[in-house]
Structures are given as C-alpha cells and as structure tokens.
Design a protein around this ligand. Structure first.
Ligand SMILES: *[C@@H]1O[C@H](CO)[C@@H](O)[C@H](O)[C@H]1NC(C)=O
Ligand SMILES: *[C@@H]1O[C@H](CO)[C@@H](O)[C@H](O)[C@H]1NC(C)=O
Ligand SMILES: *[C@@H]1O[C@H](CO)[C@@H](O)[C@H](O)[C@H]1NC(C)=O
Length: 587
C-alpha cells in the first residue's frame, strides 16, 4: 500500500509546486490516516511490534503536529549546548537529584537542541583520507529501556544528520519494554511526524535485557553492515565512513569507533583527536574489560586502525552476515554483561579480527550506574557461560575469582544449556584460546603457566598463615598497597593467589608486583602496578624457602600469627618465620 503512493509522491514532487501538494495532501491525508489506523488496529500484535514511521512527514503542516510533540519540543532553549558546549545547572540540589535518578543530567538534555552542532575533533591525518564512493550501507541499531527521550532522539538525529544517506540503510530502534510515558507514548508519535521512513521502531513486549534486545535488532536489520550504538550517543562528522571502509575491505573485521566523552553533569562534548599512542581492549581473569596501551613499533600513524583483543561492547560495527555466521550473540545470556568478551574471544578464535578505528568519533554519556533492571549477577552468570565455551582450560583462572559458579561443584546457580554455543566452535573450526592468548594478547600474564611457583604461599613457622592481599587489591586500577597475611583459605581464591614469574622474577598477581617500601623505619612489601621492563626493584629470589628481595637482600617475614597483619622485610636470618612454601612449583 505504501510503496506505490510513495512513487506517485516522488513523481508529483517533480511536477507540482509545494502549494498544490499541500492542497492535494489536505484532501488525501484524512482518508489515508483513517485507513492506516484501521490497518494497524487489525494487524495481530505478536511478541514484537514493528511500527514504521510515515514516509509522508513532509506533508504534515505545523498545525497538525500533535500537542505531545509541541510540548516536548517546547523544552528546548535555542542556542544552548551548540558546538558541543555543556550547560551549567545553577541549582546544585536539583542537579544532584536528577543525576541520582536518571544517571545523568536530563534537564540539560531536554534543553539542548536535538540537532545541536558538534566540533570536528578528528585528527588532521583522518580528514585527508579519501574513502570509497561505494561502501556497504549500514543498519544502525539502538536499543534502550526507559531512555530519556531527548537523549535518545539526539542520538538518532546525530546519525541522520552526519551519515550520508547512501550509507544509511536504516535506523532500528529497539524499545526493550520501556514503561516511561515519554518512550511508550511520545516516541511513536514523534517517529511518525518527525522522522524519516527508514527509522524503524520495534517494541519488545517483555523486557529481555541488553543482549536479547540487540539480537532482536540485528535480526530485523537488513543493511549489509550493522552498527550498534548506545541510546545516549552523538555521532560526529565523518563518523561512519572509516568504519564502513574497514568492513568493506575485510568483512570478517569488527570495528570499534573512538569513543569521546559527553559529560553526565553538563552534556559537554569532550573529544580528542588521538595520536600515535592509542588504547585498545584487554580483560581481567575475573571477566571484565580493561583499557590497555596499544604496543606499536613507532611506524604507526594516528589514523591507522589498531587491532584490539577485546571490545567494551557498546559501540561497534560488523558485516551483518559475518556477525551471524559466527553466532551473533549468545541467546542464553540474560540481562547485561559478559557478552562483549564472549563476542571478542569468539570473533578472533573463529577466523575474524577486531580493531579500534581512530578516525571514527562517537560521543557517549558515561553513566555511573544502570538506571534499569538487571537480573541478579547476570554479568557473572553470562561470563561463566562464556568461560565454559570460549576459555578452554584457562577458565580455571576465571573460576579462581568465582568459585561459586564452578560447575564441577554442586551449585544452585544454573548457567543454562551451552551445547549450541559449543557447536559453533566445531562447525567453524575455531582456533584455541591458547592460540588467542599467544597471538592476539601475548602480554596477558598467565598466573600459573608463566611462573616458577604459584598459588597460596604458606609460612613454615605459622602453617596456618598465608600471603593475602587483605581485599586491598584493585587489579587493573593499580592502586598500591602493603601486602599482608591471613589464615590460609580452604580453596585457592584470588586474595591468596600469588606467582613468582618466570621471565622477570616478579612476585606478583594479575596486575600488581611486589617491591620494598620503607614505611617509617619498618620495611614493608608494597604492591605496585607491574611494568613492561624488568627491574631490580621488583625482582625476587626463592631460595631454600626464603623469598629474598634482590635489590635489598632482605627476606619476607611473617611478624606473628595474627590475621590481617602486614608482612615485613627484614635481614635474612634463616628462621622459620622467613620460610615459605608455595602451593605449586613448575618444573
Ligand atoms: C516501570 O516498571 C518498573 C519495574 O519494572 C516499576 O518499578 C515502575 O514503577 C514502572 N513505572 C511506571 C511509570 O509504570
Ligand atoms: C612495524 O609494525 C608494522 C605493523 O605491525 C609492520 O607492518 C612494520 O613492518 C613494522 N616495522 C618495523 C620497522 O618493524
Ligand atoms: C603482630 O605483629 C604486628 C606487627 O609487628 C604487631 O603490630 C601486632 O601487635 C602483633 N600482634 C600480636 C598479637 O602480637
């Protein structure tokens, strides 16, 4: 019904002037709308409802715009926030309450134009690049639950305004069962009256969480490329070409834009061009994403994409066919979390690659918390699914952090059926996790394999006492602390897991290395972030049970058998207080 009318419209547009069109429209419009409403009422509402916005938006007169939209647009203060500037809310109490409730300043969002301008922060080297005239057209997929309408629509408009139409196949909005009136009522009306026909809204009747919603979006998307964006982003000038070019050149390559920050307090856009140095993704054995510096040999140009071992997960693009070929997302994952590492490991292992593309810039509001429902521990349970399927025998290092999720021990926690995910590995003949570690992320420290000795470190005089980080360890955040002692746990968990590394003789755990520190006359064992370079300051010897600091020649000593004391470094005297047993020794 729609397509022939659109054809007529396109033909008419060439022949008739605007006044005649309006006249035609006034007569035809009423009849058409009645037919449309009848059609919508009759159609059977399935689990997923798809609403297409009207292709006739040009035909609406301003006086026909419904009051909901007029009211919504009235909040905007012309000129505020232009050029990516932030706005200060003077009333601090109001600001605090707003940020606490919505996780960012929605007052600012409501006042700033949905089509505000942004600075072009691309590196000069990026602006000079000539991209192909023909690139795969993208479906941009944006999922949300109770997102602030102005923020969501600013995301949509930023894409519409800054994507050449030939590269934008569609925007797929997936509403994960929001119950905010703004989203459930105003958004569909806005879509119909204000947005072009290639913006599509899918409403999920029951909340399925981030992973399910994204999968629903990808399934209905029909562009050659798909690009996922969060619902609180702003795409900048030239954002899409660098991504699509890399997808075109290498369809098995997942691409990640450079993410600029939009302040959660003022909505100021803070973009940086980037340079020769660039950050890429890493991971912790506990199953979290981290940023790490990209290692290069000095020939890297600021515009060069950088291979990355993992992705943060919110924003990325892929060839749609490849995305589904390697298994899309794991439908057994609930809520939020873990899906980004799962996709990362799977992509690399199943003959794909991933890279950060520094010439593509997208702004993103970083929020301190998720203002929506997440099932209990969905991150942990999803990560256990991921570890079972994609980490091979290295899953032991994840379970060291989450013994409660280990499947071998009877557990009330059910991670669900993973057989269809395991099958992907066999069908696609994916490489091993060891290959991934060796090839893609060779700097990742493997606590057991790469050590002379590891595990719990038990004192010989006080056999109940073990090395312990006393819950002071902040992993990749590298906050330094003094190492302590605590009664040995029954099972080896991360608080008592230490290694003597084979290559640099570091006494360490995943991120932190031991050195000596003179704390007002008492010399302590201080944990600091490990360095790439070997250093005498962090080198240790393990000789006849003594742990000797190479630089000072001092021995680690248990002061007594009290729980929670800090270890001390003292002159080696051969007493049992300075003698330690590692739980495991490597030959
Ligand atoms: C929306 O749903 C949440 C929980 O799912 C509930 O707490 C809240 O009251 C609902 N809000 C409205 C406006 O219905
Ligand atoms: C530096 O690294 C790049 C990319 O990995 C490689 O192509 C190039 O040959 C290397 N150059 C030198 C001098 O090692
Ligand atoms: C254990 O040693 C520490 C440090 O030397 C000391 O502060 C603490 O009082 C001692 N505890 C006992 C019970 O002796």
């Amino acid at each position: 019904m729609i397509t022939p009318i659109r054809l007529i419209w396109l033909k008419l547009r060439h022949r008739l002037n605007w006044r005649v069109i309006k006249l035609f429209m006034c007569m035809g419009y009423g009849v058409f709308m009645i037919a449309l409403v009848i059609h919508m009422l009759q159609s059977n509402p399935g689990p997923v409802k798809a609403l297409k916005s009207s292709p006739y938006r040009h035909l609406y007169l301003e006086e026909e715009i419904p009051p909901e939209i007029v009211q919504f647009e009235k909040q905007i203060v012309p000129g505020l926030g232009e050029d990516g500037k932030g706005i200060e809310i003077k009333d601090k109490k109001l600001l605090d309450e707003t940020v606490k409730k919505y996780a960012f300043n929605r007052l600012a969002s409501d006042q700033i134009s949905l089509k505000r301008t942004l600075p072009d922060v691309r590196h000069e080297a990026c602006k000079k690049i000539q991209y192909d005239d023909t690139l795969p057209a993208a479906s941009v997929i944006i999922i949300f639950n109770n997102e602030i309408l102005s923020t969501l629509l600013r995301t949509v408009w930023s894409v519409l305004q800054r994507t050449p139409p030939e590269f934008l196949h569609e925007i797929v909005l997936v509403d994960d069962a929001s119950n905010l009136t703004e989203i459930s009522t105003v958004l569909p009306i806005y879509l119909k009256y204000r947005l072009p026909a290639n913006v599509i809204l899918h409403r999920l009747v029951e909340q399925v969480g981030l992973i399910g919603a994204r999968l629903a979006g990808a399934k209905v998307a029909s562009g050659e490329a798909i690009i996922f964006l969060d619902s609180h982003c702003e795409a900048t000038e030239g954002w899409i070409q660098p991504l699509l070019q890399r997808i075109k050149d290498k369809p098995n390559n997942l691409v990640i834009p450079s993410i600029d920050s939009i302040s959660d307090k003022t909505l100021a856009f803070n973009g940086f061009p980037g340079g020769v140095g660039i950050s890429v993704g890493g991971f912790t054995w506990s199953g979290h994403f981290t940023w790490i510096p990209f290692k290069h040999n000095g020939t890297r140009k600021p515009s060069d994409p950088a291979p990355t071992a993992t992705m943060a997960g919110g924003l990325f693009g892929a060839n749609r066919e490849f995305f589904f070929k390697i298994g899309g997302y794991d439908e057994g994952m609930k809520g939020w979390g873990g899906e980004n590492l799962e996709l990362s490991f799977r992509t690399w292992r199943c003959h794909g690659s991933m890279e950060n593309v520094p010439c593509s810039h997208v702004g993103h509001i970083f929020r301190d918390f998720h203002p929506y429902f997440i099932p209990h521990d969905s991150h942990g349970i999803n990560t256990a699914r991921m570890a079972e399927v994609w980490m091979d025998e290295y899953k032991r290092l994840f379970y060291m952090h989450r013994q409660d999720l280990q499947r071998e021990i009877p557990s009330p926690i059910d991670i669900g059926d993973i057989s269809s995910r395991v099958q992907i590995k066999d069908t696609l003949k994916c490489k091993s996790f060891k290959w991934y570690l060796d090839t893609v992320y060779p700097d990742k420290f493997i606590l057991d394999d790469q050590s002379i000795a590891y595990g719990r470190i038990r004192n010989q005089k006080y056999p109940n006492i073990c090395f312990d980080h006393l819950q002071r360890d902040t992993a990749h955040k590298n906050g330094f602390y003094f190492l302590g002692q605590y009664p040995c746990h029954n099972v080896l968990g991360d608080s008592q897991y230490f290694s003597l590394s084979r290559d640099k003789f570091e006494l360490r755990n995943e991120y932190m290395c031991a050195k000596s520190f003179d704390n007002e006359g008492s010399i302590k064992v201080q944990m600091v972030g490990c360095r790439d370079q070997q250093s005498r300051k962090t080198a240790w010897k393990f000789e006849n049970g003594a742990l000797i600091h190479v630089d000072s020649g001092l021995c680690i000593t248990a002061p007594n058998d009290s729980a929670g004391e800090e270890l001390v470094l003292s002159k080696c005297d051969g007493t049992k207080q300075q003698m330690w047993d590692f739980e495991f020794l490597n030959p």
